[in-house]
Design a protein around this ligand. Structure first.
Ligand code: HEC
Length: 179
């Protein structure tokens, strides 16, 4: 009898220990699965949960960024736009050689500094020499004559910037009657 009973006790003891062990193991496995899935999905979960917690300041910030992106896209779309012979983005006169001038002359200062000036070809050359001597403008190489031709053509001195000086000998002077 005792020989029959022993294996039964043993096996039931073993059986109960195994079930505890298996429960503990499955809790561990579950915990590991949860940890792994958090590693995989955690960022997007945080984003998803965090997105509902945006403050108005943050929403404004994101809206501003979106506006900036739209503005940049609009500028990109108008990059080469020309209206009435004027390149909208830089204000330069549209011309096949204009891109050379834009790339050589707008990296340090606004194109306005160029377009608001008037000079002869040698006057422009003098300005380029001055920038090369004092402002770090590099040698323009084969582009220099192209740039000078462009500047001399479109930004030449204006014929009459102001009225001519009065010829004082020909002026008819009179006494102003103030009474
Ligand atoms: C390496 C930088 C640089 C580049 C490239 C450059 N410039 Fe300048 N330029 C300057 C600086 C700096 C000034 C002085 C700006 C100031 O006084 O505010 C200047 C001034 C000028 C002025 C005003 C001069 C004056 O007497 O008021 C004109 C016109 C000008 N640049 C034309 C050009 C042209 C045309 C090109 C292309 C060939 C060009 N720049 C490229 C740096 C540069």
């Amino acid at each position: 009898m005792s020989l029959d009973k022993r294996p039964t006790l043993w096996s039931s003891f073993m059986a109960s220990n195994w079930s505890v062990l298996i429960s503990i193991l499955s809790i561990f496995v579950l915990a590991i699965i949860i940890c792994l899935s958090y590693l995989l999905l955690g960022n997007s979960l945080d984003d998803f949960v965090g997105a509902t917690k945006l403050t108005t300041a943050e929403i404004e910030k994101y809206n501003k960024r979106a506006d900036a992106r739209l503005a940049a896209a609009a500028q990109e779309a108008n990059w080469d736009k020309v209206v009435d012979g004027i390149h909208v983005r830089t204000g330069f006169y549209a011309d096949p050689n204009m891109p050379i001038v834009v790339s050589a002359c707008t990296s340090c200062h606004s194109s306005k500094l160029v377009t608001q000036n008037r000079a002869t070809r040698s006057g422009w050359e003098a300005m380029i020499r001055w920038m090369q001597a004092t402002q770090g403008l590099p040698d323009l190489g084969a582009n220099e004559p192209v740039i000078l031709d462009y500047l001399a053509k479109y930004y030449a001195p204006k014929a009459a910037g102001r009225r001519a000086n009065l010829n004082l000998d020909e002026v008819e002077w009179y006494i102003l009657n103030v009474k």
